[in-house]
Design a protein. Structure first.
Length: 270
């Protein structure tokens, strides 16, 4: 029996031909996405990771970032807007677009490009390892201001320069930029990446957001909501993610993201 079928008792005890057909279709979907069936224990691991809900009056927000992703930058700026108006327990973590796509049936040219752009996620991991997540948050803000001043496809050299300049701006040692060309921090990057993506499952992308413990790919925003609009969106997403049986809203993007952002007035309270 497939791994999909083994997971049938988690939340649905339906059996019979209809359930068997569901399992067959789902297994094919996994194979199409990843090139093969789910690894042993994958679905159970995902379900177990989803079980951890965080109760509290202050929203707990864990944002998983690959620094080269413009959509993650837009979400980070949106959360900055929210944090100026709401008290958030906001935490930054590192993830990797390269690791996200390593087992997916993606174009090899795209995969090779991701390999060339893995440097900033390595630098970010080095920052976390030596100086903690708040330093990473400061570095990411400075990095994004340099890379996402307008929409474009930056070169590897631009990423390297922005990584170094952001270290200086955040008051961090510039020697951390050397992590871009080293596998020294890859194991730590893998741990952080898995922590963020396993609860989402194979349909994830960037950004990944854990809100009060509920993990989702998204939100995917094409520009930064400002002021009250930012707060209304946050409240709506928090309402949706609080429903265990909510899984997806999606529509097709028709233009590249507007990554330009300057903070509005207000004091951050996160």
């Amino acid at each position: 029996m497939t791994q999909v079928a083994d997971a049938r008792t988690m939340h649905n005890d339906q059996t019979g031909a209809d359930r068997d057909l569901w399992d067959q279709v789902t297994t094919r979907y996994y194979a199409d996405r990843t090139g093969g069936p789910p690894a042993a224990g994958f679905l159970e691991r995902t379900e177990s990771a989803r079980a951890a809900q965080i109760a509290g009056t202050t929203p707990r927000v864990d944002l998983y970032v690959d620094p080269v992703c413009p959509y993650t930058w837009v979400v980070a700026c949106w959360l900055r807007e929210v944090a100026q108006r709401r008290t958030l327990d906001l935490r930054y973590h590192v993830m990797s677009l390269l690791m996200l796509n390593e087992h997916r049936a993606v174009d090899e040219t795209y995969r090779a490009k991701l390999g060339e752009l893995t440097g900033p996620s390595r630098v970010a991991t080095a920052v976390v390892a030596h100086h903690g997540p708040e330093a990473f948050r400061a570095w990411h803000s400075a990095f994004g201001e340099r890379i996402f001043d307008h929409w474009r496809y930056p070169s590897t050299a631009e990423y390297r320069a922005a990584s170094t300049e952001a270290l200086v701006a955040a008051g961090l040692p510039v020697t951390l930029a050397d992590a871009a060309d080293s596998a020294t921090y890859d194991a730590a990057l893998r741990r952080s990446h898995d922590e963020g993506t396993v609860p989402v499952g194979i349909d994830g992308g960037t950004p990944v957001l854990h809100l009060d413990g509920a993990a989702f790919f998204g939100p995917v925003l094409n520009a930064v909501p400002r002021g009250d609009d930012a707060v209304r969106l946050f409240d709506g997403i928090r309402l949706l993610t609080g429903c265990r049986d909510f899984f997806e809203l999606k529509r097709t993007r028709t233009s590249p993201p507007d990554v330009r952002y300057r903070p509005t007035d207000g004091k951050a309270r996160s």
